[in-house]
Design a protein around this ligand. Structure first.
Ligand code: FIX
Ligand code: ZN
Length: 425
């Protein structure tokens, strides 16, 4: 793309660094590709406020190891407020809150203009008590400079399902839907009776019309919620194809054909080691290195389907970049869960830029609490700034002329615009 008279040519290291900082910090976030947030109409499925922030499952794992005087069972027996007070005392007052999840809470409070130095929990609670969820959604999206988030929508969740059936499609344009279908691939034996109960002619042995009916189930839900992708969180040991498991036929005969017909990607999220410590409940999952061959074979067997992939293990990240170089229908995204830490985000983003240029999406938040949209993106924008400053200075050293407009376009893409362009939206 040649420079034109109207563009701002950047000359010198300082001007480049300042432009990258301004652009990374101020470019609107086109879409946060993976969250567990919900629009206001989903009621208490949308978590927000001080007590929810402080009892995020990342912090539950931390408090259970930091303060062993309270067992996980004793912790979960507490009220939400008691849990929050216990976490605050153990992880913020009794020791410096230097972990990423703890720092995030304080970044949030600071962004709201609250007095972090006061450590006045009641003041923080009063702030949230003084607002409504609708006002707070507006406030959070503005502070995060975020245009849209993708929800994780689960047709097997009874409470969420009732909202969709009663109220139809989402009306708050800031909230895009995704169709989350783990049970079809991970617990088919439990999913099959529920699909049968909903009127789909499915058998546990996949006989008869089963696979066509699973595809019909997916199409029915796609019509209901208009998802931008279908997703499933899969174990670190998930295999494709797997002749001994129903998941392969469900992918080949139902999920992939439905995604192709709908023009949306399938998003396998691989690497979870479920419930290594069940006493921690939602906080009890760990990580395992997956077989990148599973991703390669999905992309190879289904060249007409797009795959939006995030892997949980740090050890899989370089392989994922190489796989993406081989398959144009593979779009890596985000620094998922245990990877969402500055040191690892830095490593992942550098290798992605070096191997893929712009053709990836740098981050997703995985927010479970609305307020996290503020801190997770403040932190991630800073990580992106550091990487891109180095990369654009390296580029400028070749004599290549840089413009602010080009960097702006690059950053919007890395913040999620690349997905929307890839999707054709
Ligand atoms: O499967 C997922 O969507 C994971 O992100 C969650 O299960 C996980 O608990 C999480 O929220 C990680 O950040
Ligand atoms: Zn998630």
């Amino acid at each position: 793309m040649s420079t034109t008279q109207s563009e701002t040519v950047l000359a010198g290291r300082t001007e480049i660094a300042n432009a990258v900082e301004r652009i990374c910090r101020t470019t609107p976030l086109p879409v946060d590709l993976h969250t567990h947030l919900y629009s206001a109409r989903f009621g208490d499925l949308l978590l927000w406020g001080f007590d929810e922030l402080v009892t995020y499952h990342y912090l539950i794992a931390e408090v259970c190891r930091t303060n062993r005087s309270v067992s996980p069972d004793e912790f979960y027996a507490m009220s939400k407020r008691e849990q929050a007070d216990h976490v605050w005392q153990s992880l913020f007052i009794d020791e410096s809150p230097i972990s990423e999840a703890r720092r995030g809470v304080l970044t949030c409070l600071q962004a709201y203009g609250l007095d972090v130095e006061s450590r006045d929990v009641e003041q923080y609670r009063e702030f949230f008590a003084s607002t409504t969820v609708e006002e707070h959604i507006d406030r959070v999206f503005e502070l995060a400079n975020c245009e849209k988030v993708v929800m994780t929508n689960d047709p097997f969740d009874d409470q969420e399902c009732m909202v969709w059936l009663a109220q139809g499609a989402e009306t708050d344009e800031r909230f895009l839907a995704s169709l989350r279908i783990d049970p079809l691939l991970v617990t088919w034996h439990d999913a099959q009776p529920r699909l049968a109960e909903w009127g789909y002619d499915v058998s546990v042995d996949l006989s008869g019309n089963t696979l066509a009916e699973v595809r019909r189930f997916l199409m029915d839900w796609a019509e209901r919620i208009d998802p931008v992708y279908m997703a499933a969180s899969l174990g670190f040991n998930f295999q494709y194809p797997d002749p001994d498991h129903p998941s392969t036929a469900v992918i080949d005969e139902a999920i992939v054909p439905a995604c192709i017909e709908l023009g949306i990607p399938f998003s396998p999220m691989l690497g979870v080691k479920r419930q290594v410590n069940p006493t921690l409940r939602l906080a009890g999952d760990a990580v395992g290195k997956c077989d990148i061959g599973t991703v390669e074979r999905l992309c190879q067997h289904h060249p007409d389907c797009d795959f939006l992939v995030t892997l949980l293990s740090r050890e899989n990240q370089h392989e994922l970049c190489v796989a993406a170089r081989k398959f144009p229908n593979l779009l890596p995204f985000g620094c998922w869960w245990f990877l969402n830490d500055p040191s690892i985000i830095d490593e992942m983003t550098r290798e992605r830029v070096e191997l893929l240029g712009n053709s990836f999406v740098a981050q997703h938040s995985d927010c479970r609490v609305l307020d996290q949209l503020v801190y997770k993106w403040i932190h991630s924008r800073e990580s992106l700034r550091k990487v891109l400053t180095d990369k654009y200075l390296d580029l400028a050293a070749t004599g290549w002329r840089l413009t602010a407009e080009q960097i702006q376009a690059d950053v919007r893409g890395l913040l999620g615009g690349n997905f929307l362009d890839w999707l054709g939206r």
